[in-house]
Design a protein around this ligand. Structure first.
Ligand code: NDP
Ligand code: MG
Length: 404
């Protein structure tokens, strides 16, 4: 019986993971559920899935969690805070961890799962952007298997596995014969629009993704194309390609139908791709069942029903500069990706609170990267410091941008 910790259980990926787990009561069980602030939603999930442990990050929610579990007649243990979460992830309450907390807040628990040698279903891409080298090294030393859940990286994982590669082994770098990895991007809700026309787009328009149903932060990241930029850095760490001197081995193609989830090109001229309907339950089922294939509840792809077309176009870096900023941060290395990620989290949060306009997101990120040049980053402490400085600088920079 697989014992699974779902971190970010009240979110979009959390819901998809729990849906797949509930389809396989004979082999999968959610034993730990963790959330940020939504106590009532967490108690309701405990009612449905009856985990042994529930963790709320917000200390203000702890009493309500304990009482909610008691009132529901559940024997689920209530916990609070990062330390408790890390202890549960490391301990024997789970053997598989779905890392689906949003943002840098997910790093401690993701790292703990890697160090403890768990099967790590990694959706929390920000932790790889912030501390990719350390996270991959921790997974290697701890003997963890990483299955990427981001649909593009999950597609690449599947393409590499089909050749007898072992992409779950984090020690494997730049597999022989891989010429290039091409990440596909839907283009988001503003595909085809000019930069000038994006000045007054609303939060509602930005989070209305045409193909995927996701949480608010990643939906805004998809609208700015920062999501694809974070994914380029994520692919670099997971698959050992790209970065300075190796840029040509990671490409991005806009593919509005979101049916081809990414491609791997090989030295012999072969290109393998993974296709499917845009539903994260496929990637989660791959992670939960690998090397077996599990029913995920996702329907079969029918290309004729989908209009019989697969279109591709290059990304527009003029209208969506965040993608260029991410390529530059990967090239600069050191603390630059951590700075990029932290500034972006601050700017996206301000946009969602309607304190800055859409075009101010790349402006704040660019301003922060320019103010805090890349420095070498050998330790977690240095990366945390870079993250902290970038948040401080970006927060100050917000005041200068406003609704432009
Ligand atoms: P959501 O906003 O839907 O969910 C975020 C989850 O994180 C919630 O359960 C939230 O809890 C929890 N959370 C937030 N802060 C903390 C904290 N400090 N401690 C513990 N839990 C916390 O996001 P998504 O599910 O869309 O995305 C999750 C991650 O997966 C992101 O990194 C995203 O980039 C990645 N991802 C998502 C995809 C998708 O399709 N949604 C696709 C690919 C990657 P609460 O709500 O209770 O506050
Ligand atoms: Mg993705």
């Amino acid at each position: 019986m697989g014992r699974i910790a779902v971190l970010g259980a009240t979110g979009s990926i959390g819901a998809s993971a729990l849906d797949v787990i509930a389809r396989h009561p004979d082999r999968l069980r959610a034993t730990v559920l963790a959330a940020g602030r939504q106590v009532d939603a967490l108690v309701e999930l405990c009612r449905q899935h009856r985990p042994a442990h529930a963790v709320i990050a917000d200390p203000a929610g702890f009493a309500a969690l304990r009482e909610g579990l008691r009132d529901a007649g559940l024997d689920t243990h209530a916990h609070c805070g990062d330390e408790a979460l890390v202890a549960l992830v490391e301990g024997d309450a789970c053997d598989t961890v779905v890392a689906a907390i949003v943002g840098a807040a997910g790093l401690p628990s993701t790292l703990a799962a890697a160090r403890a040698g768990k099967r790590l279903l990694l959706a929390n891409k920000e932790s790889l952007v912030l501390a990719g080298e350390l996270l991959m090294a921790a997974a290697h030393e701890g003997g963890a298997t990483i299955v990427p859940i981001d649909s593009e990286h999950n597609a690449i994982f599947q393409c590499l596995c089909s050749l007898g590669e072992q992409p779950g082994d984090p020690s494997r770098r730049a597999p022989a014969g891989v010429a290039r990895i091409v990440l596909t991007a839907s283009g988001g809700p503003f595909r085809g629009r000019s930069r000038a026309s994006l000045a007054d787009v609303t939060v509602e328009q930005a989070v209305a993704h045409p193909k995927w149903s996701m949480g608010p932060k990643i939906s805004v990241d998809s609208a700015t194309l920062m999501n694809k930029g974070l994914e380029v850095i994520e692919a670099h760490h997971l698959f050992g390609v790209g970065g300075r001197g190796d840029e040509h081995r990671i490409g991005v193609l806009v593919h509005p139908q979101s049916l081809v989830h990414s491609l791997v090109q090989f030295a012999d001229g072969s290109t393998l791709a993974q296709l499917g309907l845009p539903d994260m339950r496929t990637a989660l089922a791959v992670g939960l069942g690998w090397p077996e294939r599990l029913d995920s509840g996702v329907g079969m792809l029918d290309l004729l029903a989908e209009g019989g077309r697969l279109d591709f176009e290059p990304p527009d870096l003029e209208a969506f500069p965040c993608l260029r900023l991410a390529f530059d941060a990967l090239d600069a290395g050191g603390t630059a990706p951590a700075t990029l990620n932290a500034a972006n989290e601050v700017a996206v949060s301000a946009f969602l609170q309607r304190r800055i306009g859409f075009l101010s997101i790349p402006a704040v990120v660019e301003d922060t990267l320019a103010a805090l040049p890349a420095a070498p980053a050998a330790s977690l402490a240095q990366l945390h410091e870079a993250d902290r400085q970038a948040r401080r600088h970006a927060t100050q920079a917000l005041a200068g941008y406003g609704q432009q």
